[in-house]
Write a protein that binds this ligand. Structure first.
Ligand code: PLP
Length: 445
């Protein structure tokens, strides 16, 4: 008997049936389905350093801050922590201090909106920028699927800009802007990840960042800078300045996340939106205030309890998350080196001429290019028959085409798990290549 239905997917917003929105669920489901597989797929932070006791310490630290630094009495403290609260958040001043200490960004605390993860920040920005059907967003491809998904929710088409080895191909950026305008469309912003991008791992050097700002100025385009991984370089060289630190004309909307630098379970991130917005009555306010209006209708305010946890962690380290993450940074750097050495050992070019990989200077991700198509069916087979998970790169492109590449993540595994995962991956790759060659193909390059 047929199951009676009340609605079809076609009765719902188109986003619910969009591959971008199915992507994260699909990857999570595969991981849950094969719990014994080694996961080189998850971009989640390393769990060994999670410490429940620290939550209490951080809450206490923030509580002390309210009393001692802000002079609040017991009733005000209770209200601040437990009541509905300020839409733009209660740790905005600490976020601004963090940006000054770690990134050299001078931020007006009033321009900070504390959000439910960076993901909400993305949504607020895209919702605000999408005014009508002519609006489009540009994004460096491959790009983070959360961005594509957020754009779907607000019916904002995403047009790819070539990334290239420098992190963004400026000629293509100019061309995409020109083309969109020639079609009568309005490119509202370009989304970029200048630091150890997800998934490419690529970082832009300082000169390229400056050129990107110049190009954006020439094209009269906003830039949306997302920076969850910048604190995790492998080496000791100075980190390049963020675009926002170099931005002298309020061209950059900066997205921050505490998921990798404190903990994802708090679900706290922020948007720094210092752009000046003129109202019809002639008054001028901040983009942050407009975003806060949207936020008030989405999540009302970010949980003050979660913000207090993040606030305490910031206060404990003089608002430096670079300082707070020395252990994590060392672990990620060790893992990234281990993965790169392991790839080199397992895929010597004479035996695997069609296999290559990126060598990022930090962050969580390495992209491996292989001489065969990598799709979801292959991921299933990899999990079931070989016991290793990774992410098909096709998930980071918006055109549904199969890509000959996969993303490996080093963040949630130990070196021993990396070894095991790579052994299994090497077997899969060898078998796939053998099948190609056995099927009469030349050694695919
Ligand atoms: C590039 C990028 N932006 C944003 C996020 C999401 O951040 P949050 O957990 O703060 O929502 C992620 C998470 O993996 C990410 O990779």
């Amino acid at each position: 008997m047929e199951t009676p239905v009340d609605l079809t997917v076609g009765d719902l917003h188109a986003s619910v049936d969009d591959p971008a929105l199915n992507s994260m669920n699909f990857l999570n489901e595969v991981a849950q389905h094969y719990p014994d597989a080694v996961s080189l797929a998850a971009g989640r932070p390393y769990e060994e350093y999670f410490d429940v006791a620290a939550l209490h310490r951080w809450l206490d630290r923030f509580h002390r801050h309210l009393v001692e630094d802000q002079g609040l009495g017991p009733e005000q403290v209770r209200r601040t922590l437990l009541q509905y609260g300020r839409t733009k958040g209660i740790v905005h001043h600490l976020v601004a201090r963090n940006l000054a200490v770690d990134e050299g960004i001078t931020a007006d605390p009033e321009a900070v909106v504390v959000t439910v993860g960076c993901q909400e920040g993305m949504f607020l920005v895209l919702r605000a920028l999408r005014t009508g059907p002519r609006d489009v967003l540009l994004a460096v491809a491959p790009t983070y699927v959360g961005l594509t998904g957020a754009a779907r929710l607000v019916d904002l088409p995403v047009r790819p800009v070539a990334g290239g080895p420098a992190g963004v191909d400026l000629a293509d950026l100019a061309e995409q802007v020109r083309r969109a305008r020639a079609e009568g469309l309005r490119p509202r912003a370009c989304y970029v990840m200048p630091d150890f991008a997800n998934p490419s791992g690529i970082s832009m050097d300082t000169a390229h960042r400056r050129r990107l700002l110049e190009s954006a100025a020439e094209a009269e385009l906003l830039l949306v800078e997302d920076n969850p991984y910048g604190l995790f370089p492998v080496g000791d060289a100075d980190r390049p300045p963020t675009l926002k630190a170099l931005d002298t004309e309020r061209r950059v909307v900066y997205l921050g996340s505490f998921a990798k630098s404190v903990l994802p379970g708090a679900r706290v991130g922020y948007v720094l939106a210092d752009q000046r917005v003129a109202a019809p009555d002639g008054s001028v306010g901040l983009l942050a205030d407009q975003l806060a209006k949207i936020k008030s209708m989405v999540t009302v305010n970010t949980s003050p309890i979660a913000q207090a946890v993040i606030g305490g962690r910031l206060l404990e380290h003089g608002c430096s998350l670079a300082g707070a993450n020395t252990r994590e940074r060392a672990a990620y750097a060790r893992n990234l080196r281990h993965l790169l050495d392991g790839l080199a050992r397992r895929f010597p070019p004479d035996r695997f001429p069609g296999v290559s990989w990126t060598a990022p200077a930090g962050g969580f991700f390495v992209v491996v290019t292989v001489p065969f198509g990598v799709d979801d069916a292959l991921l299933h087979r990899s999990a079931q028959e070989y016991g290793v998970l990774w992410t098909p790169m096709a998930h980071f492109y918006d055109d549904g085409a199969v890509v000959n590449a996969l993303r490996l993540s080093i963040s949630a595994v130990t070196p021993a798990q990396i070894d095991l995962g790579l052994d299994r991956l090497a077997k899969l790759v060898a078998d796939e290549v053998a099948a190609l060659v056995g099927g009469g193909a030349d050694w695919p390059r």
